[in-house]
Write a protein that binds this ligand. Structure first.
Ligand SMILES: CC(C)(COP(=O)(O)OP(=O)(O)OC[C@H]1O[C@@H](n2cnc3c(N)ncnc32)[C@H](O)[C@@H]1OP(=O)(O)O)[C@@H](O)C(=O)NCCC(=O)NCCS
Length: 162
Protein backbone atom coordinates (compact mmCIF):
# COMPACT_ATOMS: atom_id res chain seq x y z
CA UNK A 1 0.00 0.00 0.00
CA UNK A 2 1.21 3.58 -0.64
CA UNK A 3 2.09 5.49 2.50
CA UNK A 4 -1.34 6.92 3.32
CA UNK A 5 -2.32 9.51 5.86
CA UNK A 6 -5.93 9.55 7.02
CA UNK A 7 -7.10 13.05 7.90
CA UNK A 8 -10.29 15.10 8.06
CA UNK A 9 -11.46 16.41 4.67
CA UNK A 10 -11.07 20.10 3.93
CA UNK A 11 -13.15 22.29 1.63
CA UNK A 12 -10.16 22.40 -0.72
CA UNK A 13 -10.44 18.61 -1.24
CA UNK A 14 -13.79 18.97 -3.00
CA UNK A 15 -12.38 19.16 -6.53
CA UNK A 16 -10.26 16.02 -6.06
CA UNK A 17 -13.24 14.20 -4.50
CA UNK A 18 -15.36 15.22 -7.51
CA UNK A 19 -12.61 13.90 -9.81
CA UNK A 20 -12.59 10.55 -7.97
CA UNK A 21 -16.38 10.24 -8.34
CA UNK A 22 -16.04 10.95 -12.05
CA UNK A 23 -13.19 8.42 -12.42
CA UNK A 24 -15.49 5.82 -10.87
CA UNK A 25 -18.28 6.79 -13.29
CA UNK A 26 -21.71 5.49 -12.22
CA UNK A 27 -23.53 8.70 -13.26
CA UNK A 28 -23.49 9.93 -16.88
CA UNK A 29 -25.05 13.17 -15.72
CA UNK A 30 -22.33 13.81 -13.11
CA UNK A 31 -19.59 12.93 -15.59
CA UNK A 32 -20.82 15.43 -18.18
CA UNK A 33 -21.34 18.39 -15.83
CA UNK A 34 -18.49 20.94 -15.55
CA UNK A 35 -16.16 19.78 -12.76
CA UNK A 36 -16.89 22.87 -10.65
CA UNK A 37 -20.62 22.05 -10.70
CA UNK A 38 -19.82 18.65 -9.20
CA UNK A 39 -17.29 20.05 -6.72
CA UNK A 40 -19.51 22.94 -5.52
CA UNK A 41 -22.10 20.86 -3.63
CA UNK A 42 -19.33 18.59 -2.31
CA UNK A 43 -17.52 21.60 -0.82
CA UNK A 44 -20.73 22.68 0.95
CA UNK A 45 -21.25 19.16 2.32
CA UNK A 46 -17.66 19.04 3.62
CA UNK A 47 -18.24 22.37 5.38
CA UNK A 48 -21.51 21.03 6.81
CA UNK A 49 -19.78 17.92 8.19
CA UNK A 50 -16.75 19.66 9.69
CA UNK A 51 -18.97 22.27 11.34
CA UNK A 52 -20.64 19.43 13.30
CA UNK A 53 -17.95 16.94 14.29
CA UNK A 54 -20.27 15.42 16.88
CA UNK A 55 -22.60 14.36 14.10
CA UNK A 56 -20.29 13.60 11.18
CA UNK A 57 -16.80 12.43 10.33
CA UNK A 58 -15.58 13.09 6.80
CA UNK A 59 -12.13 11.69 6.17
CA UNK A 60 -9.73 11.31 3.28
CA UNK A 61 -6.78 9.02 2.64
CA UNK A 62 -3.94 11.10 1.17
CA UNK A 63 -0.50 10.13 -0.10
CA UNK A 64 2.83 11.67 0.97
CA UNK A 65 2.16 14.66 -1.36
CA UNK A 66 -1.28 15.10 0.24
CA UNK A 67 -3.00 13.96 -2.95
CA UNK A 68 -6.38 12.53 -2.00
CA UNK A 69 -6.66 8.86 -3.01
CA UNK A 70 -10.03 8.14 -1.43
CA UNK A 71 -12.60 9.34 1.06
CA UNK A 72 -15.23 8.17 3.53
CA UNK A 73 -18.15 9.98 5.11
CA UNK A 74 -19.99 8.73 8.22
CA UNK A 75 -22.88 10.21 10.21
CA UNK A 76 -23.32 9.41 13.88
CA UNK A 77 -27.08 8.87 14.13
CA UNK A 78 -28.82 8.97 17.53
CA UNK A 79 -30.96 5.81 17.22
CA UNK A 80 -33.69 5.65 19.87
CA UNK A 81 -34.63 2.01 19.24
CA UNK A 82 -30.97 1.00 19.71
CA UNK A 83 -30.53 3.28 22.72
CA UNK A 84 -27.24 4.27 21.16
CA UNK A 85 -25.57 5.73 18.09
CA UNK A 86 -25.53 4.04 14.70
CA UNK A 87 -22.79 5.20 12.33
CA UNK A 88 -24.26 5.53 8.84
CA UNK A 89 -21.46 5.33 6.28
CA UNK A 90 -22.80 7.20 3.24
CA UNK A 91 -19.71 7.25 1.02
CA UNK A 92 -16.63 5.05 0.53
CA UNK A 93 -14.73 5.87 -2.64
CA UNK A 94 -11.17 5.20 -3.77
CA UNK A 95 -9.67 6.40 -7.04
CA UNK A 96 -9.65 3.40 -9.43
CA UNK A 97 -5.99 4.10 -10.23
CA UNK A 98 -5.20 3.49 -6.53
CA UNK A 99 -7.62 0.56 -6.11
CA UNK A 100 -6.69 -2.81 -4.65
CA UNK A 101 -3.82 -1.40 -2.57
CA UNK A 102 -5.54 -1.29 0.79
CA UNK A 103 -6.71 2.35 0.77
CA UNK A 104 -10.41 1.42 1.09
CA UNK A 105 -9.60 -1.05 3.84
CA UNK A 106 -7.61 1.63 5.73
CA UNK A 107 -10.54 4.08 5.53
CA UNK A 108 -13.09 1.51 6.72
CA UNK A 109 -10.85 0.25 9.53
CA UNK A 110 -10.29 3.85 10.65
CA UNK A 111 -14.04 4.43 10.97
CA UNK A 112 -14.59 1.10 12.74
CA UNK A 113 -12.10 2.24 15.37
CA UNK A 114 -13.66 5.70 15.61
CA UNK A 115 -17.13 4.19 16.15
CA UNK A 116 -15.69 2.05 18.94
CA UNK A 117 -14.14 5.12 20.58
CA UNK A 118 -17.50 6.92 20.36
CA UNK A 119 -19.34 4.05 22.06
CA UNK A 120 -21.38 3.48 18.93
CA UNK A 121 -23.59 0.38 18.82
CA UNK A 122 -23.04 -0.46 15.14
CA UNK A 123 -22.20 0.88 11.70
CA UNK A 124 -24.49 0.61 8.69
CA UNK A 125 -24.11 1.13 4.95
CA UNK A 126 -25.66 0.16 1.66
CA UNK A 127 -23.74 -1.62 -1.09
CA UNK A 128 -25.16 -2.22 -4.58
CA UNK A 129 -25.28 -5.96 -5.23
CA UNK A 130 -24.10 -5.42 -8.80
CA UNK A 131 -20.98 -3.57 -7.63
CA UNK A 132 -17.55 -5.23 -7.65
CA UNK A 133 -17.11 -4.28 -4.01
CA UNK A 134 -20.16 -6.45 -3.15
CA UNK A 135 -19.14 -9.30 -5.45
CA UNK A 136 -15.62 -9.43 -4.00
CA UNK A 137 -16.94 -9.37 -0.43
CA UNK A 138 -15.09 -6.13 0.41
CA UNK A 139 -17.17 -5.45 3.55
CA UNK A 140 -17.56 -9.08 4.63
CA UNK A 141 -13.78 -9.45 4.65
CA UNK A 142 -13.66 -6.46 6.99
CA UNK A 143 -16.10 -8.07 9.46
CA UNK A 144 -19.42 -6.63 8.28
CA UNK A 145 -22.58 -8.75 8.29
CA UNK A 146 -25.15 -8.63 5.50
CA UNK A 147 -28.78 -8.46 6.73
CA UNK A 148 -30.83 -10.61 4.32
CA UNK A 149 -34.15 -9.84 6.06
CA UNK A 150 -33.85 -6.06 5.87
CA UNK A 151 -35.23 -4.17 2.86
CA UNK A 152 -33.58 -0.89 1.99
CA UNK A 153 -36.12 1.83 1.15
CA UNK A 154 -35.49 5.30 -0.17
CA UNK A 155 -37.94 8.15 -0.78
CA UNK A 156 -36.87 10.28 -3.71
CA UNK A 157 -37.39 14.02 -4.00
CA UNK A 158 -35.30 14.05 -7.17
CA UNK A 159 -32.73 11.93 -8.94
CA UNK A 160 -29.07 12.39 -7.93
CA UNK A 161 -27.30 15.16 -9.92
CA UNK A 162 -30.56 16.21 -11.60
C1 LIG B 1 -14.82 -0.53 -2.83
C2 LIG B 1 -13.58 0.33 -2.76
C3 LIG B 1 -13.82 1.49 -1.79
C4 LIG B 1 -12.44 -0.53 -2.28
O1 LIG B 1 -11.28 0.28 -2.15
P1 LIG B 1 -9.83 -0.34 -2.43
O2 LIG B 1 -8.83 0.62 -1.93
O3 LIG B 1 -9.76 -0.74 -3.85
O4 LIG B 1 -9.92 -1.65 -1.53
P2 LIG B 1 -8.72 -2.40 -0.81
O5 LIG B 1 -7.50 -2.34 -1.66
O6 LIG B 1 -8.61 -1.91 0.57
O7 LIG B 1 -9.28 -3.89 -0.86
C5 LIG B 1 -9.71 -4.60 0.24
C6 LIG B 1 -10.21 -5.93 -0.22
O8 LIG B 1 -11.37 -5.93 -1.07
C7 LIG B 1 -11.06 -6.45 -2.40
N1 LIG B 1 -11.56 -5.50 -3.36
C8 LIG B 1 -12.08 -4.32 -3.09
N2 LIG B 1 -12.50 -3.69 -4.19
C9 LIG B 1 -12.22 -4.51 -5.19
C10 LIG B 1 -12.39 -4.42 -6.56
N3 LIG B 1 -12.94 -3.33 -7.14
N4 LIG B 1 -11.99 -5.43 -7.32
C11 LIG B 1 -11.43 -6.52 -6.76
N5 LIG B 1 -11.24 -6.65 -5.43
C12 LIG B 1 -11.62 -5.66 -4.67
C13 LIG B 1 -9.57 -6.53 -2.45
O9 LIG B 1 -9.20 -7.68 -3.16
C14 LIG B 1 -9.16 -6.66 -1.00
O10 LIG B 1 -9.23 -7.97 -0.57
P3 LIG B 1 -7.95 -8.66 0.12
O11 LIG B 1 -7.61 -7.80 1.31
O12 LIG B 1 -8.46 -10.00 0.51
O13 LIG B 1 -6.92 -8.66 -0.94
C15 LIG B 1 -13.20 0.90 -4.15
O14 LIG B 1 -13.03 -0.20 -5.05
C16 LIG B 1 -14.23 1.83 -4.72
O15 LIG B 1 -14.19 3.04 -4.48
N6 LIG B 1 -15.19 1.29 -5.49
C17 LIG B 1 -16.22 2.08 -6.10
C18 LIG B 1 -17.16 2.63 -5.08
C19 LIG B 1 -17.79 1.56 -4.20
O16 LIG B 1 -18.17 0.50 -4.65
N7 LIG B 1 -17.90 1.91 -2.91
C20 LIG B 1 -18.45 1.03 -1.91
C21 LIG B 1 -19.91 1.05 -1.83
S1 LIG B 1 -20.61 2.66 -1.67
Amino acid sequence: MPDVNIREARAGDAVRMAEILREIGWSDRRNTLPLEEVAGPIEKLIEHCVSDREGHSIIVAADEDDTVLGFLNVHWVPFIMLGSLEGYVSDVFVSPSEGGMGVGKALVEHVIEEGKQRGCMRLMLTNGKEKLSYKTGFYKKLGWTERPSVANFVYYYREPWS
